[in-house]
Design a protein around this ligand. Structure first.
Ligand code: NAP
Length: 305
């Protein structure tokens, strides 16, 4: 029987592991298929406190893992495939058999939705980004497109106008889904042009960085080419909660609902990081909630009989 199993090996999972390990709980971290989380998809991280020169995303993750290991955290890169609540404990099915635990910290993150065209994978981190806060700074005086029509797309576009020379929002319909206030701000911003009824067909570049996109007007079939340095895809995130079915309470967008203390609706089960955060989605806020969840798991275990 484990004290704590942590699902997920991003910022939230590894921070929870550091705290749980330092509390002598010998946590077991199940890394999952996308080991390291979303920071593995970024290049330089410039806004994580403590690194004045910035740090590469994968290096930050490797450091967190080492730090957790130092205090006795254990790691297994298996995937959890099922979740069952028992009388006094929890059970997780994995590819290697069933694990039993007294507490569980869900830090499985959220995956940015992608367009589904082959070139976006090739240029991810090299001109294609899913996070304006993370990468906007690299696009000073550059030309950028933002794909999407919701609050995220509008918010990212507005933020990116601080850096971009020219910004185009490409949306597949002729109206935004975003809230009125965000739409008003977008329409009032002189740096932003909107291309309606259009989809990104292909991304061009020299293999190392992006140089342009091909857009197709969905109504007319017209194909146009736009020279750009960066493409921000802001079409939503999918929280990774599939194995919990409807046992864990989630909001309308599928994010796990937690209270202020990181508790879910099931006792002994806590959630941290992007899987429960549709708003901030930052490495540092994920680390913060990972810390909270581990401290609450520790408290729960003190009362556990
Ligand atoms: P969202 O509201 O689901 O919007 C996603 C947008 O992307 C939609 O406009 C959608 O087009 C488009 N889209 C989806 N799949 C696409 C595809 N394959 N190709 C091209 N376009 C695609 O997601 P979100 O903007 O991330 O917002 C999620 C939630 O967080 C919302 O409740 C939102 O209000 C909230 N949020 C709030 C704030 C804020 O208040 N500051 C900021 C960010 C997010 P259609 O419109 O045609 O469906």
């Amino acid at each position: 029987m484990e004290n704590v199993i942590i699902l997920g090996s991003g910022c939230a999972g590894f921070t929870a592991a550091i705290y749980a390990a330092r509390a002598n709980l010998s946590p077991l971290v199940l890394g999952g298929l996308e080991s390291g989380g979303q920071l593995m998809l970024t290049t330089e991280v410039e806004n994580f406190p403590g690194f004045p020169e910035g740090i590469m995303g994968p290096e930050l993750i490797a450091n967190m893992r080492k730090q957790a290991e130092r205090f006795g955290a254990r790691f297994d890169d298996v995937n959890a495939t099922s979740f069952t609540v028992k009388d006094k404990h929890l059970e997780l099915g994995t590819e290697n058999g069933v694990l039993q635990t007294k507490t569980l910290i869900i830090a499985t993150g959220a995956s940015a939705k992608m367009l589904g065209i082959p070139s976006e994978k090739q240029y991810l981190g090299r001109g294609v980004s899913t996070c304006a806060t993370c990468d906007g700074f690299f696009y000073k005086d550059k030309e950028i497109i933002v794909v999407g029509g919701g609050d995220s797309a509008c918010e990212e576009a507005l933020f990116l106008t601080k850096f971009a020379k020219k910004l185009t929002i490409v949306h597949r319909r002729d109206a935004f889904r975003a809230s009125k206030i965000m739409q008003d701000r977008v329409f009032a911003n002189k740096k932003i042009t909107v291309v309606w009824n259009s989809a990104v067909e292909e991304i061009q570049g020299d293999g190392k960085k992006v140089s342009g996109v091909t857009l197709k007007n969905i109504e007319t079939g017209n194909v146009t080419h736009l020279q750009v340095d960066g493409i921000f895809i802001a079409i939503g995130h999918t929280p990774n909660t599939r194995i919990f079915g409807n046992q864990i309470k989630v909001d309308d967008h599928g994010f796990i609902i937690t209270d202020k203390h990181s508790h879910t609706n099931i006792s002994g089960v806590f959630a941290a990081g992007d899987v429960q955060d549709p708003v901030f989605k930052q490495a540092v806020t994920s680390a913060g909630t990972g810390c909270q969840a581990a401290m609450e798991a520790e408290k729960y275990l003190e009362r556990y009989i």
